[in-house]
Design a protein around this ligand. Sequence first.
Ligand code: ATP
Ligand code: MG
Length: 211
Amino acid sequence: MRTDSKNGIYKRFAVMGGTFDPIHYGHLVTAEAVRDKFKLDKVLFMPTKNPPHKMHRPTSDVNHRYLMTVLATITNPYFEVSRLEIERSGMTYTVDTIRELRSIHGDDAEIYFITGADAILEILTWHNVDELLGMCRFVAATRPGFYGKDMEQKLTEIKSKYDKEIFSIEVPSLAISSTDIRDRILNNKTIRYLLPEAVEHYIRKSRLYLK
Ligand code: ATP
Ligand code: MG
């Protein structure tokens, strides 16, 4: 492990926000690829409390999602799970999270915000997007079926409108999604090798996603 992250203060780190309902290898491979590419001190996994854009489906209890994220990241010394959003009261917005991280880690910290390509496509609808783009570097991870003309156009649009570069990173073709994993469980299909074994054990033990 690098030793330049003293006292829990990081100068180059990424934030990977998500519902993680459940966390899977798509998230983990992406986080590790970004960590390696930008030589980061840490990747902070940030389970969201009640994401405004996911109101149509009730998410699992935040404690379950938090614990699954801890189990999934335990073997990687560069990965850490943050309770920042979970513990904030009221609606949670990414911009508030980044602002808070900046006040903890300092104005000189380089903060990367990792999103999947699908999430980048929604970025312009996010709360305080101007401020957000000014505060951190965005990394869009591409997964099969999401990178195409739409995506390219959107990145160009963001770049010209906000004069802000969005990095993109290709991750090995991981078409894994939490939605698919939940469907598989409901339909009694295997989820083995789509997510860490400990997370599968946790899901079975807590009887998650059965209805
Ligand atoms: P759901 O199917 O419930 O939407 P999800 O698999 O997309 O879940 P989220 O928790 O919504 O997972 O995702 C958190 C972040 O990880 C988002 O930025 C999303 O775009 C990204 N992401 C999700 N799956 C992958 C994947 N297979 N490869 C790369 N990035 C991913
Ligand atoms: Mg998603």
